[in-house]
Design a protein around this ligand. Structure first.
Ligand SMILES: Nc1ncnc2c1ncn2[C@@H]1O[C@H](COP(=O)(O)OP(=O)(O)OP(=O)(O)O)[C@@H](O)[C@H]1O
Length: 254
C-alpha cells in the first residue's frame, strides 16, 4: 500500500487496508483497501458476488476478516467489535428490505428509534420532551413525511418506508450510515428523491451506498468505488470509473 494511503489511517473515519476473507476456500474479499472520510458520500458498485455485502458485514462486525486492518475513527480496531458494538460506535446499517414498525404511526417509529435503549411501552407512554419533538419535526421534514406523521407506517409506499427507516437510523445520529440498494423497487421519482435525501444527509454523516442502479449513482454525484472479486477495480468519479476498460468489461458493459 502506498505511503499516502497508510498515512490516512488516523484522519479517515473508516480505514480498511489489506483485508481478506475466505469462505470455504473461496476468497470473497481479497486485499481490499477502502477509505471513508467524515461526512463523505461514497457509492460502491460492482457485479453480483463482488464482495459488497461481505465488506459491509466486515465493517459492522457481522463477519470477521482473516487478515487486514479495519480501523474506526483512527483508534478502534473494528475486527474485534460485534454488530451491537459497531452500532454503539455510530455505524448505522440499512438493509435492502425496509423494516419499520408497521402497526405504529410514522411519528412513533421515529420516537422509538430516538429512544432505542428504552422499552416500547415506556417510550410510547412517556410524554414527548420538547427536544424529542424538535428532533422528530426535523427528521420528518428531512425524509419528507410531515403529512404522513399520524398515519400507520404499514400504509406507506415502499419508497416512503425506506425513507422512514433512514430517518429512524438518523435518529440515533450515526457517524456512518451504510445503505444497501435503497433504490431497488422504487419508482423513478422515488429514486431521485432518495438520491436527494442521501445528499442532504451527507456532510453531517458519512454515507456509503451500495447500488446497482446507475441513474441513481449518477444522481448521487459522489465518489464511486468499483469492487470486483473482492478487491477495488477502480475508484473516483462516476465519469472516471465508467471509462476504465476493466470496469466496462466486468460490469457496465454487460
Ligand atoms: N457466509 C458465506 N458463506 C459462503 N460464501 C459466502 C458467504 N457470504 C458471501 N459468500 C460468497 O462471497 C462472494 C461475495 O458475496 P457478496 O454477497 O459479498 O457479494 P455482493 O457484491 O454483495 O453481491 P450482490 O450484488 O449479488 O449482493 C459470493 O461469491 C458469495 O457467494
Amino acid at each position: 500500500m502506498s505511503p499516502s494511503f497508510s498515512g490516512r489511517a488516523t484522519s479517515a473515519l473508516l480505514y480498511i487496508d489489506g483485508v481478506s476473507k475466505t469462505f470455504d476456500g473461496f476468497r470473497a474479499i481479497n486485499s481490499l483497501s477502502f477509505i471513508v472520510d467524515p461526512g463523505e458520500l461514497h457509492a460502491v458498485i460492482g457485479p453480483n458476488g463482488a464482495g459488497k455485502t461481505t465488506m459491509m458485514d466486515i465493517i459492522t462486525g457481522k463477519t470477521r476478516p482473516d487478515a487486514g486492518t479495519v480501523l474506526w475513527d483512527g483508534r478502534v480496531d473494528l475486527t474485534h467489535v460485534d454488530e451491537a458494538g459497531s452500532a454503539r460506535l455510530g455505524i448505522g446499517r440499512k438493509f435492502q428490505k425496509p423494516t419499520v414498525f408497521e402497526t405504529h404511526t410514522v411519528e412513533d417509529n421515529l420516537l422509538l428509534a430516538l429512544n432505542a435503549d428504552r422499552g416500547v411501552f415506556a417510550t410510547l407512554m412517556a410524554r414527548l420532551t420538547s427536544a424529542q419533538a424538535t428532533r422528530i419535526d426535523e427528521l420528518l421534514a428531512l425524509v419528507r413525511l410531515e403529512d404522513r406523521r399520524h398515519d400507520l407506517a404499514g400504509g406507506l409506499s415502499h419508497g416512503q418506508k425506506q425513507w422512514l427507516e433512514i430517518g429512524m437510523l438518523l435518529a440515533q445520529d450515526p457517524k456512518l450510515l451504510l445503505v444497501d440498494e435503497p433504490a431497488a423497487g422504487m419508482t423513478d421519482e422515488e429514486t431521485m428523491r432518495t438520491a436527494q435525501l442521501l445528499r442532504a444527509i451527507a456532510g453531517d454523516h458519512a454515507v456509503v451506498v451500495v447500488e446497482h442502479d446507475m441513474e441513481f449513482v449518477k444522481a448521487l454525484d459522489c465518489r464511486v468505488t468499483v469492487l470486483h472479486q473482492g478487491t477495488v477495480l477502480a475508484d473516483g468519479s462516476l465519469a472516471h470509473v465508467s471509462a476504465v476498460p476493466e470496469v466496462i468489461d466486468v460490469y457496465l458493459g454487460r
